[in-house]
Structure formats: structure tokens, C-alpha cells
Unconditional design. Structure first.
Length: 256
């Protein structure tokens, strides 16, 4: 049976910040956001966004082979499984659907979306999505955990955007929020086990669960967004990035 390292257990815990039922976003690499990583969990749905005119590859563990792929709408996507890799790209409008991928070792669940890319450097672009598993090398998992730098806001305050506002419950409200153009950092009052679940909110008020990591005194969400919702039980906090162009428009509030 594969050995579960302490770091891997921690990584999985960080990848699942709450019991909220939502598809989990994958995590961009520090060196190139188009190279993404996810930690496999049974019964976890992973969100994947494809872009018209671009192909992507989902890479599983080297010791497993894809056996079955089932799609809600198989006409909207082009798929080509080869060994432990699945090459895919959207080819039809309205390509939002689900996909179940079964190998000789695991079952993967996906929520698939597709849209036009801003350009080849679109922030949601995925060239490759790699999955980490319980049998992976400890150094690989440690690198996944440690790839987010701890910001030095006192030495270089000009590098960061502090223009955030919040509304909602004071119980789980962060005391400081800022971003570096790639990651968003949340600092809370004291150390507590009551860390909320983090969601991005789109222009229609739809929420998507996102991963976070703990680095120093900060909870680090590995993206910058116009709005976030923080949830813990009945407590809800809405976070607004006032520097984002989306905040200049009248948009719906997060759905409760």
C-alpha cells in the first residue's frame, strides 16, 4: 500500500478547505500558470476550463492506464487517450458538461467548461494538468506545497495591491488582504482551526471553490479575482478587489 507522508496528508487537507459541494480548481505552477497541478481525491470533482483553438493534456500517474471515458456531451469535445495521458480540446459551442475518467487504478471526476481565450497567455489557460497521488515522491509533494513565496510587504509595498474591501460576518473576516498580481494573500486574526472555504465569484454571482495554502501568517489563494466569498458554517464574508475592472460594473452578489 502506498505510504501517505505527512506532507501529502497536509497537501490534501489544504486542497479541501471545507465541506462545500463545489468543483475544485486546479493550481497553477509558479513558473508558468499554464502548467497546473491537482491532488487526486476520491469523489472530488475537478474543474477544467478548455479554450477553443487550444489543446490540453491531463497527465495521470505513470503507473496507470486510461480504460474508460464517459462524457455527458461527447460531441462538444475532442478526446484522445494515450496511456496515462488524455489530450482534449473543445470543438463545439456550449461545451459545459461532465466527464468521468476511469483508469486501472482510480476514477477521476471532472466538470468541463469551454470559452474563447483572451490570448495564449489567458490566466485560465491549461497546457498540461498533472495529478499528484499518495505514492508520489516526497520531494514532488514538498515542492507543490512550498512553491508559493512568503511576501515581504514591508520591504516592497509597491509590488502589492492592497485595494480590497469586505462585507459580512466579522467572525471570519480577514484583517489584511492583498495580491501580487498572481496570488491573493489573506491574513486572519490569530491562528484558528476555523479557516473558511474560499470561492471565486464570477460576473453572474456563481461561485467556484479554490485551493489555498498556508505560507507564514498568510492563507494564499493561488489566483487573483475580482471577488471572493469566504464561508464557514453560517458565516459569510464577501471580498471585493477594487482594482479589478469588473468592480466598475454593477454585478450580482454571491449566491447564498
Amino acid at each position: 500500500m502506498p505510504r501517505f507522508s505527512t506532507l501529502l496528508i497536509l497537501a490534501i487537507a489544504l486542497a479541501l478547505p471545507g465541506a462545500a459541494l463545489a468543483a475544485l480548481d486546479t493550481q497553477p505552477s509558479l513558473s508558468d500558470h499554464r502548467v497546473r497541478t491537482a491532488i487526486w481525491q476520491p469523489d472530488q470533482v475537478f474543474k477544467f476550463t478548455g479554450h477553443y483553438g487550444f489543446q490540453s493534456v491531463i497527465e495521470l500517474s505513470p503507473d496507470e492506464t486510461i480504460q474508460t471515458i464517459s462524457m455527458g456531451d461527447s460531441t462538444a469535445w475532442m478526446l484522445q487517450p494515450i496511456g496515462n495521458r488524455l489530450f482534449l480540446k473543445p470543438i463545439e459551442p456550449g461545451a459545459t458538461t461532465n466527464m468521468t475518467l476511469i483508469t486501472d487504478k482510480r476514477t477521476y471526476l471532472f466538470e468541463l467548461h469551454a470559452r474563447e481565450a483572451q490570448d495564449i497567455n489567458d490566466p485560465d489557460m491549461t497546457f498540461i494538468l498533472r495529478f499528484l497521488h499518495s505514492g508520489d515522491d516526497l520531494a514532488v509533494v514538498k515542492n507543490y506545497l512550498d512553491s508559493v513565496p512568503i511576501p515581504d510587504v514591508d520591504q516592497e509595498p509597491g509590488k502589492y495591491n492592497f485595494n480590497y474591501t469586505i462585507s459580512g460576518s466579522t467572525t471570519i473576516a480577514p484583517i489584511r488582504i492583498f495580491d501580487d498580481g498572481e496570488f491573493t494573500y489573506f491574513e486572519f486574526r490569530g491562528k484558528s482551526s476555523d479557516v473558511p472555504a474560499f470561492f471565486t465569484v464570477d460576473s453572474q454571482g456563481n461561485e467556484a471553490l479554490v485551493n489555498y495554502r498556508t505560507r507564514g501568517n498568510y492563507i494564499v489563494v493561488e489566483r487573483v479575482a475580482a471577488r471572493f466569498t469566504l464561508r464557514h458554517g453560517p458565516d459569510i464574508v464577501c471580498v471585493f478587489n477594487e482594482k479589478s475592472p469588473q468592480q466598475l460594473k454593477a454585478t450580482p452578489q454571491p449566491k447564498t
